[in-house]
Structures are given as C-alpha cells and as structure tokens.
Design a protein around this ligand. Structure first.
Ligand code: NAD
Length: 470
C-alpha cells in the first residue's frame, strides 16, 4: 500500500519499503513505504495549505464528511477487520468490534462538532466580551500497533471535527488498516491534505512530526519511554501535547464480590487483544477469604481459552504482535522463576510458527517480581492475596503508572472509597477496560497527560480567543 500525502497515494521520497508480517503464521501481510523527514515535510506543507479552507468549512459540513466515512467503514467492516487481523493477529470478532468502534468515534464527533462555541462575558462595568474557539492548525498523531483503528479515530476525529488538519504516523507493525481507513475518509469527501498518513520508523517519521515547527499539537499514544522522548523533542517548538502512555492497571476483588461475574470480567479484561491493551487488567489483588475460590475459577477459564490464528472462527485469543513482544513475555516468566515463583495454570498454544504465548495465571508471585512492577503487555495474569482493603489499595497504587483501576464489590461504600483512593485516570466498578467515546479517557503519572474522548478532548484541539468590546 502507498501512504497518503496531499490527497495522493505516494511512495517514500527515499524509495524504501517496509514489510508487514502476519503474526499468526509469519506470512507477508503487505508492505508500506518507509517514509522519512522529507515525506513528513511534504505532509505538513499539504496539511498547512488544506487548513485554511477546512477550518473555514462549516462544522456541520465537516460533520457530514465524518458521517459518510463512518457509514462506508461500517459497510466495509468485514473486509477491514480481516485486514486488521492479518497484520495485528487479534481475533476477527475483536477486529470487527474495533473497526466499528472507529465508525462510532467518527459519528460521536460528527454529532457534537456543531455545538462547540464560545461564551459571552459580562465584564462588570468594563463592557462586554466574548470568547471564540478556533482550531489550532496542523496536528500530529503518532499511534501504536495494539489498537490502531480505534486510536486513529480517537485522534483524527476530534482534530478534523474542530477544523484542524492532521499528519498521522501509524506503527510499522500495523499500518495497513489505518491506510484503508484513511482511504474511506478520502472517498467520503475529505479534501486533499486534510488527513495525511506517513508510514515509516518512529525515529525518523515520529521524531520529524514531533519536532516540526509547523505542527501545533502532537497527540501521542505509545509506551511511556517513547512518550517522554516525544515530549522532549516537541518542547523547543512549544507544541500542545496529549500523551496516552503505558499502564499497569490493578484490580481489587473484595470478599463480597459476585465471584462468577468477577472471574468472567477479569478474564476478558486481561486476555482481550492477547493482553496488549494500555488499560488491560495487569495486576489482581484478591481478599484472602475468597482467594482460593476465585483462583480456581480463573484456572478453569484460563486453560479453556482457545488460542489460535485470529482469522479462524472460534479463536478467543490470537498471537502476540511480534517476536519482540514474545521475548518480552518470556523474560517476565524467566524473572519469575529466577525468584522462586511459578505459573499456576496456562492455556494451550497451536502448533504454528507464529508469535503465540499461552494465557498464563501466576498465583502468589514474589513481591519483587518484575511483572508486578513493569507494564505487563501480554497474556500473563499475576494474582496476589491481600488481607485488607487498605493493604490492597496500597499495593494497587504502587508504581509509576496511573491509567485505570477497578474494584469488584457489591458494597457502595467500598466502591466509593476505592474510586476516591485509586491513583488513576479511570476507575471501574465491577468491570474493567470499557472505554466509551463519551467519557474522557487518560492517565496520570507515567501513564501520560491530557484526555482523549468526551468533549474534554475537543478542548485540546481548540484555542480560546478573547474579544473585549469597547
Ligand atoms: P511505542 O512507544 O514503541 O510506539 C508508539 C508509536 O511511536 C509508534 O508509531 C512508533 O513507531 C512511534 N515511535 C517510536 N519511537 C519514536 C520516537 N523516537 N519518536 C516518535 N515516535 C516514535 O509503543 P508500541 O509498542 O507501539 O505500543 C505499546 C505501548 O502503547 C504500550 O506501552 C501501551 O500501554 C501504550 N498504549 C497506551 C494507550 C493509552 O491510551 N494510554 C493506548 C494503547 C497503547
């Protein structure tokens, strides 16, 4: 596939290409141009030129383009889902949900974009004033491989709805579905240059976007280390920044919880997308009196999970996205064993040469195990027994991340205490990993800054201008 610059499908200025591999069987899923600085410059120029007419287009008309694109994406849902599964590995049902999520995010922003306006101000004897809300200009979007379609929507929809133009860089592991989604937006009437997609390595394309003086904002989703680097690179040009970074979400299961419901919810929040979501449930703290019962329910469910090629029907968990992620998961298990820990149960992986890793349950890991400390971006679930809610909260709040957290209880006071006590941007009660577009989403600490979704994210794509009338 080609990349999209100024409304044209283009090869890289340097001529190189990068292959994309299907992680289930290591077959070729496609190839994309290996873009660089020159391509980013061309994309930013196109986006700057397109900004003038696009920002002057009535919001209602911008919304219509998003509605039409959403409808086209829904119509092509199966085909887009198959492409996403081929490059990323997730089961088709998850891919379809994600592609429809892309359409849903476009529709939400199309429906709210006509209602964004300033205020009139009574200036207490100094006359009247008003505020205008104006788009920023060219916005950069840098996205990861784990939920490429959904995260592309979280960044492009609010930017486009508010009259900005975009230069987007997908991850080299999963750029294909993003390019197809961009083509749906083009076909729906998005003018040339309003959305540009430049493929290529992070160190070249990502850094060129973050440092370009013509880019007014960067919205980055990825690991905390890369996010900090992007923030440093963007600082000299004083860009606005939204950073959606890593997470190590804890969950606490209380004595009074509905254990069947908790077990089902925990399994889906840990093993969805092969455990590769920023806000996957990554550490489980369970009250001692119900620990054995919950652990036995989890063991049963973990060993029953059907792992396989995401493209085959009935698959519940696909492979990891790459060899690098597979090695990372093995290193967590090696570290556990070196400290005297062991797995309690694991699923079965197919006899294929893809990057499979079994869904794995670890009970009572040593407290210094790396998996309790670092972001566990794969299908391993560590379970820690705790003797009080205070102890569980203290452990849950340990570490540098603060993305999501959940509590499983029937008691309203316990739920409220946890909601107030968790150090995180998101809290769920009796669920985890639900991220509706209507609700602001994001983290604190090493999980980043700023919010996506909801009307809160629209604020970050607009400038307030104050006019005082004499
Ligand atoms: P990553 O940080 O390696 O890459 C993210 C993007 O940044 C990719 O497009 C990559 O090419 C680009 N990049 C790499 N080096 C760069 C550089 N020097 N300058 C600019 N861009 C650069 O992350 P990943 O491995 O693709 O994704 C997994 C991570 O993303 C996990 O940590 C996960 O928690 C996080 N994530 C966070 C959220 C959230 O909303 N908080 C959502 C999904 C994923």
């Amino acid at each position: 596939m080609m990349m999209l610059i100024g409304g044209e499908w283009a090869a890289a200025a340097g001529g190189g290409v990068t292959g994309v591999t299907n992680p289930a069987d290591l077959s070729a899923a496609g190839e994309v141009p290996q873009g660089g600085r020159e391509d980013v410059s061309a994309a930013v120029d196109s986006a700057a030129e397109a900004f003038v007419p696009w920002s002057a287009t009535p919001a209602r008309e911008r919304g219509r383009v998003l509605w039409r694109a959403a409808a086209a994406v829904r119509d092509a849902g199966d085909e887009l889902a198959a492409l996403l599964t081929r490059e990323q590995g997730k089961p088709l049902t998850e891919s379809k949900g994600e592609v429809l999520g892309f359409a849903n995010v476009l529709e939400y922003h199309a429906s709210v974009c006509g209602s964004l306006h300033g205020k009139t101000l009574d200036l207490q004897g100094m006359g009247k004033g008003l505020t205008l809300r104006e788009p920023l200009g060219v916005c950069g979007a840098i996205i990861p491989w784990n939920l490429p379609a959904l995260i592309m929507a979280w960044k492009t929809a609010p930017a486009l709805a508010t009259g900005n133009t975009v230069v987007l860089k997908p991850s080299s592991e999963a750029p294909l579905c993003c390019l197809s989604l961009a083509s749906k937006l083009q076909e729906a009437g998005l003018p040339p240059g309003v959305l540009n997609v430049v493929t290529g390595p992070g160190a070249a394309v990502g850094e060129a976007i973050a440092s370009h003086p013509g880019v007014r904002k960067v919205s980055f989703t990825g690991s905390s280390g890369t996010g900090k680097r992007v923030a440093g690179i963007a600082a000299p040009t004083l860009k606005r920044l939204t950073l959606e970074l890593g997470g190590s979400d804890p969950a606490i299961v209380c004595e009074d919880a509905d254990l069947e419901r908790a077990a089902d919810g925990i399994i889906s929040a840990r093993f969805y997308n092969c455990g590769q979501a920023c806000t996957s449930l990554k550490r489980l703290y369970v009250m001692e009196p119900v620990a054995d019962r919950l652990i036995s329910m989890l063991k049963e469910r973990v060993s029953a999970l059907r792992v396989g090629d995401g493209g085959e029907s009935g698959t519940q968990m696909g492979p990891l996205v790459s060899l690098q992620q597979q090695r990372l998961m093995r290193s967590f298990m090696d570290d556990l064993r070196s400290r005297g820990g062991e797995e309690a149960s694991r699923g079965v992986v197919p006899d294929m040469k893809g990057h499979f890793f079994p869904p794995t349950l670890v009970t009572d890991p040593p407290s210094d195990a790396r998996m309790l400390d670092e972001e566990l971006f794969g299908p391993i679930l560590p379970v820690v027994r705790t003797s009080s809610l205070d102890e569980a909260m203290e452990l849950a709040n340990g570490g540098p991340y603060g993305l999501g957290a959940s509590v499983w209880t029937r008691d309203l006071d316990t739920a409220r205490a946890c909601a107030e006590g968790f150090r995180s941007g998101m809290v769920w009660v009796n669920m985890h990993l639900r991220v509706p577009v209507e609700a602001p989403f994001g983290g604190i600490g090493d999980s980043g800054m700023g919010r996506e979704n909801g009307t809160e994210s629209l604020d970050s794509y607009m400038e307030w201008k104050t006019v005082i009338l004499g």
